[in-house]
Write a protein that binds this ligand. Structure first.
Ligand code: BDR
Ligand code: CA
Length: 323
């Protein structure tokens, strides 16, 4: 079977990095054409370097392009209290030998899309603010038809994490999210409704940390940082939000969702960044409901698939790096 072509847009970020490890472990099922960075969890300099280092460490041999250094309208809002000063929970990855490509991420995305043959399309997996993708769609609206779907971590049908109703990736750049939501491209929203169920428990994190497996250990160390440094320590588990889009692509059967139309609140009031999922199927024609919002996940399956993949990845890395 032909592999799904994917471009990853991300802001690593602890969970972005764990998601990249999960993707690297499943490279036989995807054709990853590149990684684009976007300002979000940390500055564009840091997340770009992190993307480069993390990808190379986990054996993802793909180009990395540096993207937008801030949201379309507002100033950047970083999440250093969750992801640490270096963006990776203070874990040190070896410096990559490769370098970032010359083109800006938006042009990189454009080139990858126009290079495709007539029949080919690309899936975008987005795990940061949607700034790069919004810029792409504004500058080159003709590439829309080359995008099969955008599977993104962001938003929530109910409840937020930055404000009572807004999730971080969307809150940082709601104007960008609005452009993406209105584009007509099929979307899969992996929001907090489902990602808060896709966690690792404290004892699972401890086991990863204590393993001699290079991928499992560094992912455990990063997740452990978030667990210890945020309010999640009271819950005793840590969400791996950004692994959810990848998990959905590989194991859609562990999720439930509903067809919807997405929109986002862009006013400066207290609802800024809130995603609105219109679930009134009776009010819309079938083709208008072009998005899916994930609402539930089988937590145990998620944990099992993720942990197994990290160990397998680490096995394939052994000997490459000092333990
Ligand atoms: C999202 O925000 C970021 O901090 C995480 O990397 C994830 O993409 C969760 O709200
Ligand atoms: Ca992220």
């Amino acid at each position: 079977m032909e592999k799904r072509r994917i471009i990853v847009d991300c802001d690593p970020g602890v969970d972005d990095a764990i998601a990249l490890a999960y993707a690297a472990a499943n490279q036989d099922k995807f054709q990853i054409l590149g990684i684009t960075s976007v300002s979000g969890n940390q500055s564009i300099e840091k997340v770009t370097r992190n993307a480069l280092n993390v990808a190379e460490y986990f054996g993802l041999d793909v180009p990395v392009a540096r993207g937008m250094e801030g949201p379309l309208v507002k100033e950047p809002l970083l999440a250093r209290e969750i992801h640490g000063e270096n963006g990776l929970g203070q874990c040190e990855f070896p410096e990559a030998s490769g370098t970032v490509v010359k083109e800006h991420a938006v042009l990189f995305l454009y080139k990858k899309l126009v290079e495709l043959s007539k029949k080919e399309k690309i899936t975008i997996v987005a795990t940061g603010p949607l700034t790069n993708i919004a810029m792409l769609l504004k500058l080159f609206p003709e590439v829309k038809e080359k995008i099969l779907e955008i599977v993104f971590m962001g938003g929530a049908a109910m409840g937020g994490n930055v404000t009572p109703s807004a999730e971080f990736n969307i809150y940082v750049d709601p104007e960008a999210a609005s452009i993406v939501f209105m584009s007509g491209i099929p979307l899969v929203m992996c929001g907090l409704d489902v990602t808060l169920k896709c966690t690792l428990k404290r004892n699972q994190v401890m086991k990863l940390c204590q393993s001699g497996n290079p991928a499992a250990k560094i992912c455990g160390d990063m997740a452990g940082f978030v667990l210890e440094n945020t309010s999640t320590k009271y819950r005793g588990e840590v969400s791996v939000h950004d692994a959810v889009p990848w998990m959905y692509l590989l194991h859609p059967e562990i999720f439930t969702g509903k067809r919807t139309i997405l929109s986002v609140e862009c006013s400066d009031g207290q609802a800024r960044g809130t995603t609105v999922c219109d679930l009134r199927w009776w009010n819309h024609d079938e083709e208008e409901l072009n998005s899916i919002v994930l609402l539930d996940a089988d937590q145990e399956r998620f944990q099992e698939y993720l942990i197994t993949a990290l160990y397998e990845l680490g096995e394939s890395m052994k000997g490459k790096y000092k333990e």
